[in-house]
Design a protein around this ligand. Structure first.
Ligand SMILES: [Zn+2]
Length: 344
């Protein structure tokens, strides 16, 4: 079968690899019908050290179940399923608490040697716990929005939850990538009264406004902080969604939050240390977040997609086949594409 392998910064290849197959009795194999390139894939695309083995890529998918192991009880061949970016056993304490990304058996697709979804097929560990069956055909119009449940919508929602977004609150979203835009969708959905998007790509902040953002702040650093203060009566935002992962964006998040406010951070941190420790302490800020348990949030978010209340699939602005994946990475890195869908 064919799959996407990254061999170093800027070096993404689509190659013939061994077919995906069942290994453990709790496995399933899916045929990937829809996958994506993620903003987080751009970090290794920019900086990965050359590797002879390479890393299989892709952690967001919808697929059709092809085969199941002997201990699989709920997942059945032929089902259309969402594959969240982490696998999880579905049975441990963390899974029962809805924090599948901390499952005692958790792992991340397309990471650390684990195979990825930018491929024709993929082995799914703990398939009963990991996969989310959908009662739909595999070619319906809302498939792009359903695909966001595998990562970016759940991740934006996770930021909003940890930022304590709610009715009457002012939310500020840092980052105009797909996760930031989904953070706007989530903040709107949770009742935020004012939503400020911090981003400087006009086509993206336009979409953010269509998703419910009330204000756009294109400035950065000190100027961005001043602008948010102006927009919030000098007090700052109750809820800040940090959807980038750089030290500068976290610093901005801390400085635009009002005293007693909360920051939900979902941008994968690119530094070992977090800035703003003293500022966060003296402002009584709550800082939370991490890898989103996308699997847990599907129950809550799926009905809104099926009923047409939200349309997060609008973040996709390019569709490629497997041969188009390397060009898709480059287009996202060059900010020519917001989010690329892959149809293997
Ligand atoms: Zn678990």
């Amino acid at each position: 079968m064919r799959a996407t392998v990254m061999y170093g910064a800027g070096d993404v290849r689509v190659e013939n690899v061994p077919d995906a197959g069942l290994v453990d009795p709790t496995d399933a194999v899916i045929r990937v019908t829809h996958a994506c390139i993620c903003g987080s894939d751009l970090w290794p695309f920019a900086s990965m050290a050359p590797s002879e083995e390479g890393q299989s890529m892709g952690h967001e998918a919808i697929g059709v179940v092809d085969a199941v192991g002997t201990e699989i009880r709920t997942i059945k061949p032929g089902q259309v399923v969402i594959m969240p970016f982490a696998f999880s056993d579905g049975t441990c304490e963390f899974c029962h608490d809805g924090l599948q990304t901390e499952c005692v058996h958790a792992g991340f697709f397309g990471n650390n040697g684990m195979n990825g979804a930018q491929a024709e097929a993929l082995r799914i560990p703990y398939a009963d716990g990991t996969l989310y069956p959908l009662d739909v055909g595999d070619d319906m119009a809302m498939m792009p929005s359903l695909l966001t449940l595998s990562d970016v919508l759940g991740t934006g929602h996770h930021a909003a939850v940890h930022a304590h977004v709610g009715p009457g609150k002012i939310a500020a979203v840092i980052g105009d990538g797909a996760v930031g835009l989904c953070g706007v969708v989530a903040a709107k959905r949770l009742g935020a009264e004012q939503i400020i998007i911090l981003g400087r790509h006009a086509d993206r902040t336009d979409l953010a406004q269509q998703f419910g953002a009330s204000d756009v702040v294109a400035e950065r650093g000190e100027a961005a902080v001043e602008r948010v203060k102006e927009l919030t009566g000098g007090l700052g935002a109750h809820s800040v969604l940090e959807c980038v992962g750089l030290a500068a964006s976290m610093d901005t998040a801390i400085r635009i939050a009002r005293p007693g406010g909360a920051i939900g951070r979902v941008g994968v941190p690119q530094d070992a240390d977090m800035p703003g420790s003293q500022a966060a302490f003296f402002a009584n800020l709550t800082i939370g977040g991490g890898p989103a348990p996308a699997r847990a949030y599907i129950d809550e978010l799926l009905p809104d997609i099926l009923e047409g209340e939200i349309e997060p699939g609008r973040v996709f602005d390019r569709i490629v086949d497997l041969d188009g994946v390397p060009g898709g990475y480059q287009a996202m890195a060059d900010r020519e594409a917001l989010k690329v869908m892959v149809r293997p």
